[in-house]
Design a protein around this ligand. Structure first.
Ligand code: MSP
Length: 507
């Protein structure tokens, strides 16, 4: 299977916050899982740089826009995936020459298909959303997303005949009930289409910052159109001399937050159809990560710097917390206290202690040596079942559910230690075989769990395998019973999640 996954490209008018890290983390977990399955994967992330708000911030700082974006991207945005340990294949910037060239080609195709006409746009525009607004989108005259009044603009623009695509989009949604997940988001997108589609402006006049449109140099491409096209343009120049569209289009899965559903689920497929491309395979719309019940966002001034949390807890813990605390797909709140609590209780205790105890007992009672013994059905069944559960969960992007499935096995293993009490068996020489079997099984369970957790904990999982002197084979088949190689030299493991003091500054 081919699995091409994208994150939205992020606006660079400010530095990254935990909400951006959230999407990037989820995307990376998904991609790593698909790699475990042996899929051919491609992971794209990057930055959306031609927004009016980006241009304005540059002006405020007295910088030329390109100087400003080059700096903030190098210093902060390229850092974001690195700090949360997301292994992307390509980082796109909409200011890349390859992207700009492709945007022009794409627009020309839409123009040639007869879907563009000129008209006057007279109405509202929210610079926060970078979106044209109607009165009905507003609450008390303000944009509900940003709490600011949209600006009135009146300019001659080129419009895209979105209205002409209503029937084709409805047919697409009917044919493909899993086009958009979760289901309630599919319904939301579908009813928006059903409610009637209005043509929208794909250009902006009087703004020097953007990709000039091919047939009228006076206008630049509307930032959302420029941005959406990145998912396709990247494939044309990410690898020199290769056109990855052949391999990965339309095997694309878009991951996005609920605030940008319409652009992705309605506008983007219509633009693709008009330009003669196939529509994406699937879109998954996730919810907001709320902090102490308030949306974590720049405009509300309530920001945790994810990089700070990574410095304190490590990237694995932050990844874990983001996907464990809030059911992926839903909105939910999370806090630094919750991160700390989960770090101690689940990572250090449930998982870390299990690894410490298992390795310490193997070192102490078996001289560091383990070998397969008789098959233990009680452990074999849940370990073998875990693999299938993970596949089912990941197929519907249930990243939180999959993590809970793994945790069930971890709890089972912890109960198994208590129930079998190896320290008692060790006292009785006639129980030597039983002791060896129990500890092999424990090591085996820990190994399988490490492989299952590797998309979430990419740093810790190989360390666990190392503690058990096992090869770092993260293939999904390894989430199974009895795959631990006979080995010696196992020593008591160092704590995987050392104690940390609850930070006060980060909140
Ligand atoms: N530039 C556009 C996307 C263009 S994609 C062709 C954009 N950028 S953004 O930086 O504002 O947001 C990017 C993503 O981050 C969105 O999916 C948004 O939902 C997500 N998040 C921003 N804050 C968030 C939370 N607090 N929680 C979860 N995700 C949120 O929109």
């Amino acid at each position: 299977m081919r699995f091409y996954l994208t994150t939205p490209i992020y606006y660079v008018n400010a530095t990254p916050h935990i909400g951006h890290a959230y999407t990037t983390i989820a995307a990376d977990v998904l991609v790593r899982h698909h790699q475990q399955r042996g899929d051919e994967t491609f992971f794209l992330t990057g930055t959306d740089e031609h927004a009016s708000k980006v241009y304005r911030v540059a002006e405020e700082q007295g910088l030329d826009a390109k100087t400003y974006v080059d700096r903030i991207v190098a210093e902060h945005w390229r850092e974001l995936p690195r700090r949360v340990n997301a292994q992307y294949d390509f980082f796109i910037r909409t200011t890349d020459e390859g992207h700009k060239r492709f945007v022009q080609e794409f627009l020309q195709r839409i123009y040639d298909s007869g879907d563009i006409y000129q008209d006057i746009y007279a109405g509202l525009y929210c610079v926060g959303c970078e979106e044209f607004k109607s009165e009905s989108d507003l609450v008390d005259g303000l944009c509900p997303e940003h709490g600011i009044a949209p600006e009135y603009i009146e300019e001659k623009n080129y419009f895209f005949r979105l209205s002409a695509y209503q029937d084709r989009l409805l047919a697409l949604y009917d044919e493909r009930p899993d086009f958009v997940l979760p289901r309630f988001r599919y319904n939301e997108a579908r009813s928006f289409i059903e409610g009637g589609l209005t043509d929208f402006s794909v250009t902006r006049a009087g703004q020097p910052w953007g990709v000039p449109i091919p047939w009228d140099e006076e206008q630049v491409t509307y930032v959302w159109v420029d941005a959406l096209i990145n998912y396709l343009s990247a494939l044309t120049y990410a690898r020199e001399g290769e056109d990855l569209r052949e391999q990965f289009w339309p095997h694309v899965h878009h991951l996005l937050g609920k605030d940008i559903l319409r652009f992705h689920c309605v506008y983007w497929p219509a633009l693709l159809l008009s330009a003669g491309y196939e529509v994406p395979q699937q879109l998954f719309v996730h919810g907001y990560l709320l902090l102490d019940d308030r949306k974590i966002s720049k405009s509300l001034g309530n920001v945790i710097d994810p990089l700070d949390l990574v410095d304190v807890y490590g990237s694995d813990a932050v990844r874990f917390w983001a996907l464990r605390s809030v059911s992926f797909g839903q909105d939910g709140s999370a806090s630094v206290d919750a991160l700390h609590e989960r770090y101690e209780r689940e990572l250090a205790n449930d998982l870390g202690n299990l690894v410490s105890r298992t390795t310490a007992m193997i070192a102490r009672y078996l001289g560091g040596r383990i070998a397969p013994g008789p098959r233990n059905e009680e452990l074999a069944a849940p370990l073998d079942a875990l693999r299938d559960k993970l596949v089912t969960r990941f197929d519907v992007y249930d990243l939180t559910g999959a993590l809970e499935d793994v945790w069930e096995v971890i709890r089972l293993l912890n109960r198994h230690v208590e129930a079998t009490a190896p320290w008692q068996l060790a006292k009785d020489e006639s129980k030597a075989d039983e002791l060896a079997a129990v500890l092999y099984d424990l090591a085996d369970g820990v190994r399988a769990v490490a492989v299952a957790l590797s998309p979430y904990l990419p740093e810790t999982a190989p360390r666990i395998l190392g503690c058990l002197r096992q090869p770092v084979d993260l293939a999904l088949e390894q989430v199974a019973y009895g795959k631990t190689d006979e080995t010696d030299g196992i020593e008591p493991a160092q704590p995987l999640f050392p104690r940390v003091d609850l930070p006060t500054a980060a909140a």
